[in-house]
Design a protein around this ligand. Structure first.
Ligand code: SF4
Length: 247
């Protein structure tokens, strides 16, 4: 993507191409099938989420729980631009971090259960408000619901890029579903020691899983590419895609 193309707003979000080919619909269907024997994050609970939450570490069944949504002006500069990053905060989490600053959301499930259509409504609302992107926060355990919502929103005119803002404990199966849908990955790399991850986030093999996940994200989208302008103009609505490691 050249600077001129970005300036001319010629950028096309990745998922638009999959919508046109019909692949986005197929991905949504395939993602929901995986809920029957869930491997949609690296916990690999292998439970049937169509029947409820029993055995699901993420406490999430068929419907995602959304805590809040809105333009986020505290996000990294390239994502927030002048109008904010269009964040959708999902409740529950596949990690159990003792230091979580959003405990009521991640561990208590504060928020409301919603259908994918309601997530799509929020995405379109954020686009109408001028947000430069849709930023899915804590998305790993709701990949199926997100892909379905993206399909719905894309059919109804969504064009802004998608940011996958994850704690980085994502399964290969989930990332395969997201290939060609996500424009910008923003993964945490929380630990360099899996024993500490076990102690403080109650998770096994974090380092190995996390490094493999970030490699796959980078394979899909490459380095984050910014244009040469300063931070307030670097990311107008059409943006380049890439990987941005969050801390
Ligand atoms: S998304 Fe992860 S934590 Fe939730 S049920 Fe599936 S494998 Fe378990």
């Amino acid at each position: 993507m050249t600077e001129a193309a970005i300036r001319d707003r010629a950028f096309v979000a990745a998922y638009r191409r999959l919508l046109e080919s019909g692949e986005l619909r197929r991905r949504a269907d395939a993602a929901y099938e995986r809920l029957a024997d869930c491997d949609l994050c690296a916990r690999y609970c292998r439970v049937d989420r169509r029947k409820g939450i029993e055995g699901a570490v993420c406490h999430t069944a068929m419907r995602a729980v959304v805590a809040s949504h809105g333009p986020h002006h505290g996000e990294e500069d390239p994502l927030r631009g002048h109008a904010g990053s269009g964040t959708i905060f999902f409740s529950w989490c596949n990690l159990r971090c003792v230091f979580c600053q959003n405990w009521d959301i991640s561990q208590r499930g504060a928020g409301h259960e919603v259908e994918p259509a309601a997530i799509a409504d929020r995405m379109l609302e954020l686009q109408r408000l001028g947000c430069h992107n849709i930023n899915f926060v804590t998305p790993s355990h709701v990949v199926a619901q997100i892909v379905a919502a993206v399909h719905d929103a894309a059919q109804r005119g969504l064009t802004v890029p998608l940011v996958y803002n994850t704690s980085g404990y994502d399964s290969a199966e989930a990332l395969a579903l997201l290939d060609g849908i996500v424009d910008i990955y923003m993964p945490d790399m929380k630990y360099g020691d899996s024993a500490l991850a076990r102690k403080y986030s109650k998770v096994r093999g974090y380092v190995e899983v996390n490094r493999a996940a970030v490699k796959e994200m980078h394979r899909q989208v490459g380095d984050l590419v910014l244009d040469a302008r300063h931070r307030w103009s670097a990311f107008w609505r059409p943006k380049s895609r890439g990987t941005r490691i969050s801390t």
